[in-house]
Design a protein around this ligand. Sequence first.
Ligand code: GLC
Ligand code: CA
Length: 562
Amino acid sequence: MPDKRVWWKEAVIYQIYPRSFADSNGDGIGDLNGITEHLPYLAELGIDVIWLSPVYQSPNDDNGYDISDYRAIMSEFGTMEDFDRMLEKAHSLGIRIVMDLVVNHTSDEHAWFVESRKSRDNPYRDYYIWKDPRDGKEPNNWQSCFSGSAWQLDEATGMYYLHCFSRKQPDLNWENPKVRDEVFDMMTWWCEKGIDGFRMDVISMISKDPAYPDGQVTDGIYGDMTPFVCNGPHVHEYLQEMNRRVLSRYDLLTVGEAAGVTIEEAKKYANKEGTELGMVFQFEHTDLLAAGNNVVGKWTLSRPSMPAVRAVLNKWQIQLEGEAWNSLYWDNHDQPRAVSRFGNDSPQWRETSAKMLATCLHMMKGTPYIYQGEELGMTNTHFRSLADCRDIEEINAYRQYVEEHHMVEPEVMLRCFDRVARDNARTPMQWDDSLHAGFTTGTPWIPVNPNYTQINAKAALADPDSVFYYYQKLIALRHANPVIVYGRFHELLGDSTTIYAYERVLDGKILTVACNWTDQPQQCSLIDERLADGGEELISNYKAHREGILQPYEARVVSGDL
Ligand code: GLC
Ligand code: CA
């Protein structure tokens, strides 16, 4: 076997966005005790690891991705004792816990920044990135990821600080060795507590181009900072240092959120010698827009085509082979719901297409990630007005493009939100058909998707054909079949515009996967041929098949001997 065997390559990860998962005390906000109560549900699903979105103390400008104390639990989520109990219970069920590590930036309410902004010669000044004005204005034209300039003037000293995200998320200065010492100490502290890994927030952005040049203006207002903040000059050096000083001393799963990552860069971040990270999240398939069809920035009304998605995913499968390990995902807390974006969320096809997408992804090579509710086939929601939005990215984009620059009609912007807004992923987990979907007994911090009466965990657990049990089976198959974890990937039917097919090969075993991405029957003899060769069906989202045909959103997997 060319790949070194390790547990995190064989694991299936489940992401929890704590604010929206389960509220145990009726304040409308999900919390740690809510997670602990539902751990048996996750054990039933069969996942191995939880990735916990941030639970640290935070003023919640960006729902916990703005941290004011890395060693304290957000009071809305509970206490450190609650955390310890959750960790212990998870471990007793055989579930590991991976923490979100947000160290490209802190909150402006973090003690380091409170000091840093006090004066030019404060000992913490160089913990952040401060620049003098250029011609009395911002040091360059960069747009932050959450609209507006990436620079904020601080009156106290007349200088600007950099914030790639909101102005309440100042970027740390990783060039300062003291910053690295602080971050590595903090990581060690969590490792000593017994956590099992880190998902590293925008870790590809920690090293900036020291020239801070203007970026290309694409929306007529600000410049694009991406080429100057992603995969910067020292990023690999910093991660190797982190690996030497922290990661290599523990048995951890590490995954870097790597905005702007290319294949070449991924081979460094996730190199097989293990000198940096275990794997990265790439964004090419989630950033796909039908050419010329986007409204502004990431805001779009279009859907990516299957061949476009396939071209991206196959490229990552093939080009990382033997060089670096892939992560596999459709969904996370920053993305719309997979079944709405890539599948078909109509009542007729929702479950079938959700299972098809799951098959298509979970039979690939890499570590799969499931985002809370994906295992129920939860869908996007509907935004009636700005009042339905909670996410700073949506709210700021609306202000900038609709209200300030009149570039987009309000109705168009809201329809874009229906398609791609992050809040689609953040509506409360749908546990049952009682008021507020059983998420809370109070008023939820964000409206529940009205379809909770049909789509919920209670109904899924009572239906042997549910999306939930289909995911359960996919996970069990991965655990039982090394070819699903380690088999080499080969593309099949590369010319098809309707069917996504591939095979996996390991030690004399061959697995064949075929997925119909359309709502029409499509001709396909591949599966019949493999069955005629003595193959056996491993899983399918249909019980009755038709010869030579894949039915709407049908997925089939056949295992055989070479
Ligand atoms: C990452 C997170 C996202 C957050 C941003 C800033 O992209 O996934 O939710 O807003 O970083 O921390
Ligand atoms: Ca609560």
